[in-house]
Design a protein around this ligand. Sequence first.
Ligand code: FES
Length: 94
Amino acid sequence: MPKVTFGHTGNTVELANGSSLIDLEDTGKSEVPFGCRSAACGTCAIDVTAGMNNLSPKNEDEIDLLDTLDMDGDKRRLACQCTLYGDITIIPIN
Ligand code: FES
């Protein structure tokens, strides 16, 4: 199963391949806060420091909100919009 590493603490969580990163909450070990879960609030913003290729590409809603919040950048994602396909390392922004 793909492994999510929280870069700021070194803690790890495994999720099934093809999981949404929202599923981190079900593990009880999420270090990413979630709000709307629908690309509307920006609460779940993360920087992906390794494994960006192991996430689904940005969708239009994600691109639009990151742009609106002036949070666009190569490493920045909204966790609620990401599907996991391999190991990643992330740092929550909020
Ligand atoms: S939880 Fe609101 S944008 Fe992801």
